[in-house]
Write a protein that binds this ligand. Structure first.
Ligand SMILES: Cc1cc2nc3c(=O)[nH]c(=O)nc-3n(C[C@H](O)[C@H](O)[C@H](O)COP(=O)(O)OP(=O)(O)OC[C@H]3O[C@@H](n4cnc5c(N)ncnc54)[C@H](O)[C@@H]3O)c2cc1C
Length: 349
């Protein structure tokens, strides 16, 4: 365990906002986590586990302890049909995907280049290019913060959904994920339904080809958080009713949508782009010029600028389409999780 002397959170959040915390501790083992959570010095302090901070916006000073997850290690076992990879939660997800591709563990390559820790991946059931973590997750191991015992949930118990899981609800603030186990089938079935991957639909395609293609697409499409602060998609793609969709199509016949059980899922990026907001700026915060779903820190943005921009975008989308965007990025205000709707007065419509 390491108590960091510098209390700035800037290097630990991909938006690169310059907020701080009362205390930042790096945890290198499960025992470190147990020690931190049972130490009387920290009993009255809020404690927040943090991976790479690539889905987190610190809205102001964090009143409490930020615990950096640096639990490393991976092991592989196999059955006749599958590889089972047990990955400690602090392992870097993009590095893990690359390692899998290089070492013959296929079936994970569509999730290339998603920043963050392996242990954060189940929290919002990360997904991209037709694959979600839930499709390859066997189980999730966590430290129960009430009993300080290790417990395991199998896939079906994680209640995975679109950017959802039990870890954002029932187990929120009650557990720290310590490891995940992935199940990768030895008989590789490429996932190539996403349009730009269609060139790869032939019998010679390898997992490395898919990985390379996805890296190429992502590098062109998304700003690199090491260069331009951002947290990927800021908002979730909203789901609306069939009637609402049909009504919108009268004004916006090109509205992209696809069927889901509850109705139609709409591309939030299209809604923002069609509202003319690409490139729109509030001080140092900007809607990305090429990818409207991504809000960026042009270099001088404060968390306030990012929140103001997010709220502006949300209100314009609500006015134009009567759709309320939900943010995917997790906000922390005064050491507690917070939401745009709480931070700004709800507008009467
Ligand atoms: C450029 C870019 C592209 C992205 N693309 C995608 C994408 O394609 N698909 C996608 O789904 N996401 C995407 N994201 C979002 C992000 O990569 C994922 O949400 C990722 O899983 C976050 O990991 P992290 O370690 O950075 O989480 P953090 O931001 O550190 O933490 C996120 C939340 O999880 C909690 N948490 C962290 N670790 C633990 C733990 N061990 N136990 C319990 N709680 C914990 C934190 O308290 C916080 O509430 C993108 C982000 C960026 C910057």
């Amino acid at each position: 365990m390491q108590i960091l002397l510098n209390k700035t959170l800037k290097p630990y959040n991909s938006f690169s906002v310059n907020e701080s915390a009362d205390l930042i501790i790096q945890a290198d083992s499960i025992q470190d986590l147990i020690d931190i959570w049972s130490d009387k010095k920290y009993t009255d302090m809020t404690k927040l586990p943090l991976g790479r901070g690539s889905n987190t916006l610190f809205c102001n000073h964090f009143n409490g302890v930020v615990v950096l997850n640096r639990l490393f290690g991976k092991s592989v076992t196999e059955t006749d049909t599958d590889y089972l990879l047990k990955i400690s939660s602090g392992e870097d997800w993009p590095a893990l995907v690359e390692w899998c591709v290089d070492n013959g563990f296929a079936g994970i390559e569509n999730l290339a280049m998603i920043p963050g820790c392996a242990g954060s991946a189940p929290i919002q059931n990360i997904g991209a290019y037709g694959l979600e973590l839930k499709d390859i997750c066997e189980s999730v191991e966590y430290l129960d913060l009430e009993t300080l015992q290790i417990k395991t949930l199998k896939n079906s118990e994680c209640l995975f959904g679109y950017r959802e899981s039990i870890f954002k609800h029932e187990l929120k603030d009650r557990c720290i994920i310590t490891a995940i186990t992935l199940r990768l089938n030895k008989q590789w079935q490429p996932v190539l339904a996403y349009g730009p991957l269609s060139d790869l639909r032939n019998s010679k395609t390898t997992p490395k080809n898919v990985f390379d293609k996805i890296c190429e697409i992502r590098s062109k499409k998304l700003p690199d958080p090491n260069v331009i602060g951002n947290a990927g998609s800021f908002f979730k793609n909203p789901v609306i009713s069939e009637e609402h969709y049909l009504a919108l199509c009268e004004t916006y016949p090109n509205l992209p949508a696809y069927d889901v059980t509850e109705g139609k899922k709409i591309a939030a990026g299209w809604l923002i782009d069609n509202a003319g907001l690409k490139g729109f700026k509030i001080n140092g915060a900007q809607v990305h010029q090429e990818q409207a779903l991504v809000l960026i820190n042009t270099g001088t943005a404060t968390s306030e600028d990012i929140l103001e921009l997010a709220n502006y975008v949300k209100n314009i989308v609500l006015d134009m389409y009567d759709i309320e965007l939900e943010h995917e990025v997790r906000f922390y205000l005064n050491g507690e999780e917070s939401f745009l709707s709480e931070l700004f007065d709800e507008r009467t419509h």
